[in-house]
Design a protein around this ligand. Sequence first.
Ligand code: SAM
Length: 195
Amino acid sequence: MKTVEPLRRRACEGLAGHVVEIGFGSGLNVPFYPAAVTRVAAVEPAEVGWKLAQKRLRAASVPVERSGLDGQSLPVPDDSYDSALSTWTLCTIPDVATALREVRRVLKPGGTLHFLEHGLAPDEGVRRWQRRLEPVQKRVFGGCHLTRPVVDLLSTAGFTITEVDIFYEDGAPKFLSADSLGLAVSPGTDEGGPG
Ligand SMILES: C[S@@+](CC[C@H](N)C(=O)[O-])C[C@H]1O[C@@H](n2cnc3c(N)ncnc32)[C@H](O)[C@@H]1O
């Protein structure tokens, strides 16, 4: 876990204001929220993750409230948040296109989604393995997909990618660790992309 801490830190850099974190898990990003973050809305379906997060939340310098159970349907009005965060979550959400549309809806126009996600590898040789292993991966790891094209999904949802770094994580199998780390800006609900 230590080896991914620098990646979490990079993903959280520049977050500010009221932030929604999709797939909050056990709160492993909490220590990396910058001081400019004022409040965090955690969206997490798994009770076990939320329970494991409690110790981290007690030590957190910003208030974090659980404000949703499903990234595909967020119980808040349009334009509710200044920024959004998603780390290694888009692989697992069943209808990822719907979830990204929801993130876009709840972000204020010009708000930024900070993403750090594994997905479809840049190399065809690795992709072949990803396609072979995906059915097992999904069964064993709670619906985790290996071949989701992260940047394409974000663009199709109407986000503008302003920064992206695509790389394999050190010390991890390539089929599982083709990461995209970057920033995706929401144009707001009325402009561009699919509603
Ligand atoms: C691989 S874990 C990553 C957790 C955390 N983001 C991290 O970086 O440690 C994927 C997370 O997505 C959550 N998840 C699954 N389906 C979801 C959904 N429909 N909406 C939001 N989160 C979901 C899982 O419960 C889990 O916490």
